[in-house]
Design a protein around this ligand. Structure first.
Ligand SMILES: Nc1ncnc2c1ncn2[C@@H]1O[C@H](COP(=O)(O)OP(=O)(O)OP(=O)(O)O)[C@@H](O)[C@H]1O
Ligand SMILES: [Mg+2]
Length: 290
């Protein structure tokens, strides 16, 4: 516990020793080693990987303050501990993970810190080499990436149910031509269900417009293979620094994250479309840095 009673005037004040600092900050022996405490070269800052991963974490700082560098260090530490890492590389700056640092000054600094330059196993892809399939879209994904209102999501849900009833489930669409028609089929189902349930015409048109837009995005191709994406102790780097619009980036990253989380939850490699409730929600930024 940090002290919560201020010292009285005239009390002696002692500098905390390393073990006290470590205890107060909850620093363990092994984990994500990010550096030393400012002004205390002998205090190693080691973060607990599980605490770091349990929720979300972010690194903030002004331009050039060292955010990417810090992310690089954390990624290397996760890889060293055997975690799989997937990087959506917005600036195309992470492929150097596969090369050991050869900068003389930096190597000397590493050695001074008791470290050595290392290279890591990476898999480098452009989105055109790691596509997502239209079949990877479920109700949640479509609603979320196209920013649907709750009413639109309800109509979409009914349209999916309608398609299910006439036995066109996503999983049994195997033929590639049929895949391309999937969105058209969904558009037709939206029309049928909209009149049956007397949805507003505006809602129907808004959904159709969103579905038609999705179809035109360049990120769709072969279905995402999660085993290509994730490997123990391997950094998969997807370079999204060129070739995609901001909207395509958001949809692409959102879909991959959704599918990855779903696979993790089910602990299986064959995800299906599933139910619309009880899914984790992942928000991806519409613009700017990821
Ligand atoms: N802890 C560090 N030790 C040594 N050099 C560092 C450290 N952190 C950052 N640098 C150096 O500072 C420069 C800027 O760092 P970096 O690119 O990580 O900043 P950034 O916050 O990501 O910037 P931007 O906002 O432009 O993306 C780089 O040359 C990097 O090598
Ligand atoms: Mg940066």
């Amino acid at each position: 516990m940090p002290p919560n009673i201020p010292p009285s005037p005239g009390d002696f004040v002692y500098e905390a020793d390393i073990s006290t600092i470590n205890k107060i900050l909850g620093i363990k022996d092994d984990g994500i080693f990010v550096g030393h405490m400012y002004g205390h070269e002998n205090v190693r800052i080691v973060l607990d990987p599980e605490t770091l991963l349990r929720l979300h974490f972010a690194i903030f700082g002004s331009t050039g303050s060292g955010k990417s560098y810090t992310v690089g260090v954390i990624v290397e530490e996760f890889l060293r501990l055997g975690y799989p890492v997937v990087i959506f590389d917005v600036h195309g700056e992470y492929s150097t993970l596969s090369m050991p640092n050869e900068n003389g000054d930096e190597v000397a600094e590493l050695i001074r810190l008791g470290l050595r330059p290392r290279k890591f196993e990476i898999r480098l892809f452009h989105p055109s080499q790691m596509t997502v399939g239209l079949e990877d879209l479920d109700i949640d994904a479509i609603s979320e990436v196209t920013s649907m209102t709750p009413i639109m999501s309800d109509l979409l849900y009914l349209a999916f149910k309608h398609i299910d009833r006439i036995e066109y489930t996503l999983d049994n669409i195997r033929d590639s031509d049929q895949k391309k028609e999937w969105i058209d089929r969904l558009v037709r189902a939206v029309s049928v269900v909209a009149s049956r349930w007397r949805f507003d015409n505006k809602t129907k048109i808004a959904i159709r417009r969103r579905l038609e837009t999705l179809k035109e995005l360049s990120i769709f191709g072969e279905r995402l293979d999660i085993n290509r994406l994730v490997g123990k102790g391997v950094a998969t780097i997807i370079d999204i620094s060129y070739g995609l619009t901001e909207y395509e980036k958001a949809v692409y990253v959102g879909l991959i994250l959704k599918k990855t989380v779903r696979c993790k939850e089910k602990k299986t490699n064959t995800p299906t479309t599933g139910d619309r409730r009880g899914k984790p929600h992942i928000r991806t930024p519409r613009q700017g840095n990821l």
